[in-house]
Ligand binder design. Sequence first.
Ligand SMILES: [Zn+2]
Length: 611
Amino acid sequence: MHFSDLTIYHLFTMGFCGAETYNDDCKKIEHRLFKILKILGYLKKLGINTILLGPLFSSESHGYDTTDYYLVDRRLGTNEDLMMIIEQCHKMGFRVVLDGVFNHTGRRFFAFKDVQEKREKSSYKEWFKNINFYGNNQYDDGFSYENWAGCENLVKLNLQNSEVKTYLNGVIAAWIDTFNIDGLRMDAANVMDLGFLKEISQFSKSKKKDFLFIGEAVQGDYNVLVHQGGLDSVTNYEDYKGLYSSLNDKNYFEIAYSFNRLFEKEKGLYKDFYTYNFVDNHDVNRIASTLNNKNCLNIIYLMLLTMPGIPSIYYGSELAIEGVKGDGTDVPLRPIYEDLNFDEKHPLYKDLSKMMSIRKKLALLRYGQYSEMFVQSQQFGYIRTFEDQEGLILFNSDEQDCAIVHEKLVGTFYDCYQNETLNLHRSVVIPACSGRILVDPNFWESLSGSEEETLGKKENRQKTTLQDFMKIALIEAKKGFAEGEVPIGAIIVKDDKIIAANHNRKEALKDPTAHAEMLVIREAAQKLQQWRLEECDLYVTAEPCPMCMGAIIQSRIKKLVYGATEKKFGAVESTAFLGKHPMLLKNFEIYPGICEENCQELLKQFFSNKR
Ligand SMILES: [Zn+2]
């Protein structure tokens, strides 16, 4: 595997899950990590294969002020929740990379509390950088210490101390062994000790093959981090700036210069590794707000997905949402799951998913050498070459179509972005605010039958199935509605065939246990003449209650798919967490939030009629 095969989706976990701003240790645990499962199908369709989760271990506030590296933050859930979620991600073919905050800790970290208490006598006083018992700090601890970027709530660890190193190695070992993570993004890598970085990189890779080790570096020479710090990739802030400002200033020369500097096949500074490329993240304004001309959103992503390196999408930006860093509030940059509609019909989502599938198909976009083709203020073209194939990638940021003349533009090409075959005689027209990806038509044709493509088709087929079956459960729910029952419908599917369908019938049968799930489980068991339903999938329009989860556990159902969350009765994510009951099948799968809106709407309608 090459790291440039990765397409990353970056979730700021605390924001996405809707965690409170501050961690109150007395509050009850909230199982909010579960929301991640609700978008896995959406991400798969988009073409994502790796999920980067922002900090999620116990912290004082945003996650970068860690207080316990071994415990999932109570505002997000439990260690078991995280294990289950990562396991489910793996089942669906995603890798999971965590944000590792090892440069500094929060002030409530146990070792720092020990120093506050015992001062010179603390055996942890060497764990932190430059503790000075003659100094003081804003919290009046009676000593001073080094911090991160002037923030005294972030206490800098002494990464040269052997006990600290042993401790953090233990943390990483636990994250790999317990949670089975596939990589780390090292926060603030550019101010960390290179020797330490190299050590933990080697250690992680010795524990897990293909472990990805990305460094966050706003400034500095990425080569030093890669070659001396053992990182696989570094956040490419240089091109982050160039990508948008070359559009805003109508000056493609800027980004062209930078691409040459970084990627040029002979002299490029970073031609030997894959940079981590992005157009926005949790620390900067949303790209839809940054760009002066919103019509250029699609081409900035087209560049992100065709330039050398690993592309990363910041959650929500695939829906073109806006967000500006405000004073005091990060909400626009870190929205909650419920505020994003994750609409698969959004034009940018659809366009991105197309770009991703082209990238998946064309190895030259992932591994190809880079060379510039031409550049003018609002038009830019580059060539990616891999093995004996070339791709010409062209951009036009002008509001008018633009004709380009170039000696390379001779012969027949297939434009896999615009889906057309072109016969060119030294020139081509690039549509306004758009681009082209030109390849040899025979080569493109030869890829159509490739295994990857068939695989993609298979995945798609499976995905439509979830929604399709849910629609049938919804029809059942509507029958219930007509009969004056709380409208919840369920079906049981075996080998792609429906073997039982029913709806809630509590009123009709005068039976408090006549929930839709109970009825279909009984019906299916009768039909199969056995109580074990190991090969069966249950679809239900609402989150099952404790009783029905009990029946699901008892019947050994293989897969549970449900629509609406049930805040009051739900026993999968709302009031209890029975989806990880030890008696469930080992490979039990849960798909929450399928057709959620339709399912919810029906219930809402029912209860508003009642009132
Ligand atoms: Zn029930």
